[in-house]
Ligand binder design. Structure first.
Ligand code: F0G
Length: 459
């Protein structure tokens, strides 16, 4: 008999999580103004809000923490991180930052100016926020297949080269500071970009003399998909694939809270020494001196170790198979979600499940609240609330997809937890027609409203 698959680690430390009653959850959700970000973590049983900074560090990472060098300038930990980034991604220059959006802030302070156009594949919300904050425009060039949850395309994160070239040929190069390739593409469902696509984007970037920036939060998961789905990469190691990926990038922003498996941290990787010099000034202003940039020495040590572990096949296989396991259970129950299954999350198709609720009542948010009420599970809305208003017209933007993202933290939950999530969602799915209404917004921030939005139930 073939042996079943099992995790490539065992558990050395545990944390208690609390169950609650439906009545308690109804009260807590009301007090949170139906915004799941407002819940206390103790009010949540299984927290799938994000896979960012919520993973479990390894024994090696914890032991690396003890060896952190906390010197202000030139710390050993800085050089450890520098070496790891050079070895794994090939960047000669880097700046540490406290997280991914800080890397965006520093890099974009140098490169993005008012009136600029920044093409990419479904820019993440903070990326788009930092572009729009500078009165520049993010243009989405993702392939159309990404916006249909039932099309089974292996690389739904790919950029449409025709859309991209039409942007590059329309605007003068001075107006387009970079092309952003998000690996994996979070917004379109944790979907990977193929090596062939990266190569083709780089070719266009050279033709138009515009640099390429990889938004790298889940670069290792992307490499796993290249290995398992793209012709010619089966026999390569993840580290070899990652090395090749970064030959097609001029720079990178990184949220280390994902694929470097730390709770906090980020960096900018750069090939150009002059760019490093310019960015250093902003790093010192916003983050900290260039050899720590918002990170403590121990955190830089853990990050260096995490980058190495995060690019090991056995770890990635365990990780992605857990996401697939949850997807498989949902498939059994007929719950619709974005196919193929992405790297870090299942993106449940709320538009299909709650088709009878108008989009103006926030279908994905409604589904998220129902799942919380059902079993204390917290997901996150990737729909009209997140899409926010158009900065010019102030009209609500309604994206093609209304998704409830169930992001799986790394090395944190077991497949028993995944079973609870799947059954809870099945129960909500089975009673979907009893859910009559969604929500209306009663208070929202002018930018990135989803974090603080307050909602009211529509009766
Ligand atoms: N880019 C991508 C693709 C991301 O997914 C994120 C964060 C960032 C940049 C920003 O990094 O959080 O370290 O400042 N994504 C988290 C999420 C928040 O839940 O998907 P950060």
């Amino acid at each position: 008999m073939k042996l079943p698959f099992a995790e490539s680690y065992k558990i050395k430390m545990v944390e208690t999580i609390k169950r609650s009653t439906r009545k308690e959850r109804e009260q807590w959700l009301k007090e949170a103004n139906y915004n799941l970000f407002n819940l206390k973590s103790d009010q949540v049983f299984i927290d799938l809000l994000t896979d960012s900074g919520t993973g479990a560090m390894s024994d090696k990472q914890w032991s690396a923490m003890m060896l952190g060098d906390e010197s202000y300038a030139g710390a050993r930990s800085y050089y450890k991180m520098k070496e790891a980034i050079k070895n794994i991604m090939g960047f000669d220059h880097f700046l540490p930052t406290h997280q991914g959006r800080a890397a965006e802030n520093v890099l974009f302070s140098v490169l993005v100016k008012e009136g600029n156009i920044v093409p990419g594949n479904s820019h993440f919300d903070t990326t788009k926020g930092h572009i729009e904050f500078r009165k520049a425009k993010a243009v989405d060039c993702t392939i159309d297949e990404a916006f249909d949850t039932v099309i089974d395309h292996p690389f739904k994160g790919n950029l449409d080269l025709i859309k991209l070239e039409s942007v590059l040929s329309t605007y003068p190069k001075e107006q387009v500071p970079m092309i952003i390739v998000t690996v994996t593409c979070n917004t379109s469902g944790g979907q990977p970009v193929s090596m062939a696509n990266m190569k083709a984007v780089k070719k266009l970037s050279e033709k138009y003399e515009i640099p390429v920036c990889f938004d790298s939060a889940r670069f290792a998961e992307n490499a796993y998909f290249i290995k398992t789905r793209e012709e010619g990469y089966q026999d390569k190691t993840i580290k070899e694939i990652v090395k090749e990926m970064y030959t097609y990038a001029d720079m990178a922003t990184m949220s280390s809270k994902k694929d470097a498996i730390v709770n906090m941290g980020g960096f900018i990787g750069m090939k150009d020494a002059n760019l490093w010099k310019q960015a250093s000034t902003y790093n010192i202003m916003f983050e900290g001196y260039v050899t720590y940039g918002g990170m403590s020495g121990r955190d830089m040590n853990a990050l260096a170790q995490g980058l190495d572990e995060g690019t090991e096949f056995e770890y990635l296989e365990t990780r992605i198979k857990q996401v697939e396991y949850l997807g498989g259970r949902l498939e059994e129950f007929g719950v619709p979600f974005q196919k193929p299954i992405g790297g870090h999350a299942i993106f449940v198709d709320a538009k299909k499940i709650l088709a009878h609720i108008p989009k103006e009542e926030y279908q994905a948010q409604t589904l998220g609240c129902e799942l919380y009420l059902e079993a204390g599970i917290r997901g996150v809305e990737i729909g009209a609330i997140l899409a926010d208003r158009d900065p010019e017209t102030r009209e609500n933007r309604y994206p093609a997809l209304e998704l409830l993202r169930l992001a799986i933290p790394r090395r944190t939950y077991t497949n028993n937890h995944m079973d609870v999530v799947a059954v809870a969602l099945k129960n909500v799915y089975d009673r979907r027609n009893e859910i009559k209404h969604g929500f209306k917004i009663i208070d929202e921030a002018p930018i990135m409203r989803h974090f603080t939005v307050q909602l009211q139930k529509i009766d």
